[in-house]
Design a protein around this ligand. Sequence first.
Ligand code: ZN
Length: 414
Amino acid sequence: MIAELKLTYPPTEKLYFQDAYLKEFTARVIGRETMDDHPVVILDRTAFYPESGGQPHDLGWLNGVRVIRVEEEGEVILHFLEEELSGEEVNGLINWSRRFDHMQQHTGQHILSQSFYEIVKGETLSFHLGQDESSVEISLPSIQEKTLAEVEELANRIVFSDLEIKSYFLTEDKINTIPLRKPPKKSGLIRVVEVDRFDYSACGGTHCRRTGEVGLIKILRQEKIRGNLRFYFVCGFRSLWEFEKRRVWLQNTARLFSAEEGEVQNCAEKTLTELKNLKKRQKKLEEKLALYEAKEILQSSQEKIISGIFPEKSPEEIKFLALNLIHQAELLAVFAAFRDPYLHLVLAASDGLKVDVREVIKILQSEVNIKGGGSPSLVELVTPEKDKGEKILSLAVNYLKNQIGAQFNAEGNK
Ligand SMILES: [Zn+2]
């Protein structure tokens, strides 16, 4: 179908090449198709930019009908519509805030890519213009923070110099007369986008007419990818929005600490140290408490198997308690506690009983989704089936009862 399109329709005249600032235009419908269950129109000319070269497609309206996607097949531009469009003459209107945002990010990328090249000879391997942030993959295994700041500073100096950005077509044989940042992907007539003697790129996208319109270029973060670095960045209004978003985060965090914004890091570090010390102290106290609780339980119970669910205790506490019990007397402990989103189970046996509590795991796994392991005398398990606590406990207790029952019977027969 797409091959037929190439043959059937003449190339669409790309008005955005002549004027990236054209927001409204008139055109003639020269073809109608249905693709992906959507009406598609082909015009003799268009200001709608199709998805291409890392830049997303435009949105807008044709005679008031929403254009939801724009694609390029060969030299033909396809306008995907929300509903059928009547009439042969159309009035096109571009969603300008979206397009201008794309122009800021895209032009910013040219400037940033050349800045990476000038400062560290890092070549741009790919570009993606995302919904919230954009990214460039640069041929660098690593970069120092100071050097990255230099790259960012150069890019912004180019912005503040408000240089002119031109685009023109050159034939392939003339392309060597300009210092292109990257060899062109296309052959024949090549469109060059020049940031006034700073950067020369072969590019078919839409760009601002002066670098000043790009606004602040800010690198947000980086990650390693295929042995290179990928840098995420924002330009123009996105820089302003990003600043505001982060300002609110910082302001709210500072309020939590009742501190000045500049003090937040110190406060967080201090609080984390305090928390670590408190956790250590809590662990010691829990161990001590478990010792006393074990004594109390043993005074009031003669059972060989002690079991229970402890909603108030942590998984660590039931473990301390179980260990204390099996060390102070010859018995088995089967305890459960909760920590969202799981139910935790501890099975412990005094060595003298010669019971392998790991055997219980299989019994439980045949009934519930439960995971874990341990030694013959101590097993720790977790399950997301929190409401099955009673059932799990009784399964475990019954199995163990049989085990030790058999043991005592065997001993009795001796
Ligand atoms: Zn471009």
